[in-house]
Design a protein around this ligand. Structure first.
Ligand SMILES: NC(=O)c1ccc[n+]([C@@H]2O[C@H](COP(=O)([O-])OP(=O)(O)OC[C@H]3O[C@@H](n4cnc5c(N)ncnc54)[C@H](O)[C@@H]3O)[C@@H](O)[C@H]2O)c1
Length: 451
């Protein structure tokens, strides 16, 4: 990515852009809060019961106004919270300032920070010496595991320099004191499952992403809408009549395809999974390989969690003026390193839009291939993050309650949490539903009642 020089307000307990942004951050965090009734109820319960009292919690999340509401909730529960960014472009500097000034939360995040600062901030979150970690993409937990496995060469320099200054006992203690971790996104859960399978996972992890009240809504409706929002803010493109290619028909891909179709775009899906591809076809989209789609798309959006979904061989086939964006977790879905080797550029043409020239044709890449909904828009609407972060807060409480009893594996959020979050959300939306009658309960529990 482009190296951005950061001018930060720096003290031991924080590293943020500018503390004077706190008033704006407070207003916007309060705005988000009104759409987060479930988290608000949890905050009230946490404030009364203090289930996280005495626990240090380090979170590596997108530092947005919704995350600010989560951090305030965790603090209400008694946790001592440190927060760093899970993406260099997603930080909302005003929300960071508000958390530092009004809530005494240790925030280490600056929008546009370069790679060195990004990892210096991860290091600061590690130096908080957490009992619980909270990740969105497993960067924090990943660094902890490199330390635990003594793979110091795999650590980014700011983390390595710090860890080299610690004694062997201090390093051991850093990992040993973690009760457990929670993980927000698909990509992080995939990495953690791989660690568990390799037998190297050092502590229990709760896969918040896998709870139904997270991925059915956050990944589908949240990513679907906010990805479109980011693309429109960056480009002001007219979607109607355009051909949009969606890479991946998972929860995020389904959501974005649905919203893109709603704008009047002609939507094509590419997939590698036959079931998902079949579902996309039956949902009414054209399905074809990327080599075919590359020739006809006006806008390409990847949402797979995989690497190099759009490669140079595809880019060479694209029309002049094609636009490329990614909303998958890491900036590896578009092969931009490959593009840089064969194309001229980048030439900035608008904020977050860079032009590359390849074989005489112009390609426009949005947000350096990073999550476009966070780079160019505000991320997910608060109403959907309400459920995701309710799961995060309840998962942290679960880790404390179960401390010492959970195995070093990737665990599901307890089943009753999903039901509880859905019930509270429905209540927040003013929706009531039917209840099973006694007769229906009995009917559903028997096997001998026939026609
Ligand atoms: N932008 C955001 O705010 C946001 C929010 C949630 C999740 N995410 C991220 O989005 C990504 C997708 O998440 P998801 O929950 O939809 O995952 P998912 O596992 O439900 O879906 C991913 C889909 O991509 C397909 N795929 C894999 N490789 C492919 C390839 N080469 N070409 C075409 N399709 C391919 C898979 O078959 C699968 O159907 C992950 O990286 C996740 O972390 C981003």
């Amino acid at each position: 990515m482009t190296s951005v020089q950061t001018h930060s307000t720096k003290a031991d307990a924080h590293d943020i852009r500018d503390i004077n942004l706190a008033d704006e951050g407070r207003k916007r965090t309060e705005w988000a809060e009104q759409f987060m009734p479930v988290l608000r109820l949890i905050r009230e319960r946490f404030a009364a019961g203090r289930p996280l009292a005495g626990k240090k919690l380090s979170a590596c999340l997108h530092v947005t106004t919704e995350t600010a509401n989560l951090a305030i909730t965790l603090k209400a529960g008694g946790a001592d919270v440190a927060l760093c960014a899970s993406n260099p472009l997603s930080t909302q500097d005003d929300a960071a300032a508000y958390l530092v000034r009004d809530h005494g939360i240790k925030v280490y995040a600056i929008k546009g920070e370069d790679k060195e600062s990004y990892y210096r901030h991860i290091q600061a979150a590690l130096a908080h010496r957490p009992d619980i970690t909270m990740d969105d993409g497993a960067d924090l937990v990943g660094s902890m595991h490199m330390i635990a496995l003594d793979r110091l060469d795999d650590l980014e320099p700011p983390v390595r320099r710090w860890i080299e200054g610690l004694s062997a006992e201090e390093r051991k203690q850093l990992v040993a004191s973690v009760i457990g971790s929670t993980e927000e996104t698909t990509t992080g859960v995939i990495r953690l499952r791989a660690m568990a399978e390799d037998g190297v996972l050092q502590f229990p992890v709760i896969a918040v992403n896998d709870s139904l009240t997270k991925h059915l809504f956050d990944n589908r409706y949240g990513t679907g809408q906010s990805t479109l929002d980011g693309i429109l803010r960056a480009t002001n493109l007219l979607m109607a009549g355009s051909t949009v290619v969606v890479g991946g028909y998972g929860w995020c891909g389904r959501g974005f395809a649905m919203r893109a179709r709603g704008t009047g775009a002609d939507v094509i899906v590419t997939e590698v999974d036959p079931l998902r591809a079949l579902e996309a076809r039956m949902d009414g989209y054209r399905v074809m390989p990327m080599t075919e789609a590359a020739k006809i798309g006006d806008l390409f959006v990847t949402l797979t969690g995989n690497t190099h979904v759009i490669r140079v061989e595809h880019m060479r086939l694209m029309k002049d003026g094609a636009i490329l964006a990614n909303s998958g977790h890491f900036n590896v879905e578009l092969d931009l390193d490959g593009l840089a080797k064969v194309a001229q550029g980048p030439r900035p043409v608008r904020p977050l839009v860079e032009e590359w020239t390849l074989g005489g044709k112009r390609l426009f890449v949005l947000g350096e291939g990073r999550l476009i909904n966070l780079a160019a828009a505000e991320g997910h609407p608060a109403s959907v993050m309400d459920m995701s972060f309710a799961n995060q807060a309840l998962a942290a409480e679960h880790l404390v309650k179960q401390a010492g009893t959970l195995t070093r594996a990737v665990h599901q959020v307890p089943a009753d949490v999903d039901r509880q979050v859905a019930e509270l959300k429905l209540a927040g939306l003013g929706v009531t539903i039917d209840e099973l009658t006694d007769e229906q309960q009995k009917y559903l529990a028997t096997w001998d009642a026939g026609t």
